[in-house]
Design a protein around this ligand. Structure first.
Ligand SMILES: *Cc1c(COP(=O)(O)O)cnc(C)c1O
Length: 230
């Protein structure tokens, strides 16, 4: 099943790149494996995937331990400060930094391990009440505050768009994120180059790619529906 699904996803990614005049190599596919067993991750690995996304620290660490060390693990879910320490050295990128206090915790824990941690800032582009993430106007001030942190690097922005029937409805939020990245880069802040736009999920990744996504986070489209009962 994973192989078939991946072929379909890959075709759609390529088609979206083509429509947007973009090279396929500009878009990284992150296979979101949350709640799914390592056997399915191995299936995806057999198809050539090596970048996986998880939204829980414990699950990410368990899978990290169990699977080969040449995989890349991305932390895409809401993160508590007291759990940051478990991620340093295991995760390639934290997508979900949404406060100064969390950024400070990442800085502290990375410093303890002599590491530099790459992060994205999560933006609640649609201003949904139920969602984590910074308001659009909070992003630039936070970038300026954390730019001098020596053990943390702001690499880009991430957003989780609303769940909608018609993905076209989310196009405006992807544009907002892209424009915000352009605005930040225009400020030429030392140590800050926001080149990564993590946006687009199973429901809306084609539109996100058309609007400049450099990372798409796809779970259901690859591994099938998640069962939260188990
Ligand atoms: C679960 C999740 C995804 C993947 O969602 P699908 O709709 O299954 O593709 C992407 N991003 C985040 C932050 C998630 O929590």
């Amino acid at each position: 099943m994973v192989q078939n699904n991946l072929e379909i996803v890959e075709q759609k990614i390529q088609a979206a790149c083509q429509r947007a005049g973009r090279d396929r190599s500009e878009v990284t596919l992150i296979a979101v494996s949350k709640t799914k067993p390592v056997s399915m991750i191995r299936e995806a690995m057999d198809c050539g995937l090596h970048v996986f996304g998880e939204n829980k620290v414990q699950e990410l660490c368990d899978k990290y331990e169990e699977l080969p060390k040449d995989l890349q693990w991305h932390m895409i879910g809401h993160l508590q400060r007291n759990k940051v320490k478990y991620l340093i050295g295991k995760t390639a990128l934290i997508h979900s930094v949404d406060s100064l206090r969390l950024a400070q915790a990442v800085q502290e824990e990375a410093a303890k391990k002599g590491a530099v941690m790459d992060i994205l800032l999560e933006v609640n582009a649609a201003e949904e009440e139920s969602k984590f993430g910074l308001a659009v106007e909070e992003v630039l001030p936070l970038v300026r505050q954390i730019a001098p942190f020596p053990n943390l690097r702001v690499k880009g922005l991430m957003t989780v768009a609303p769940f909608v029937q018609d993905p076209e409805e989310n196009r405006k939020y992807f544009r907002t994120l892209k424009q915000l990245a352009v605005d930040i880069n225009d400020k030429n802040i030392d140590n800050v180059h926001v080149n990564i736009l993590s946006m687009g999920m199973t429901n809306d990744y084609e539109v996100a790619i058309e609007e400049g996504a450099t990372m798409v986070r796809i779970g259901t489209g690859i591994f099938g529906e998640r069962d939260y009962q188990v």
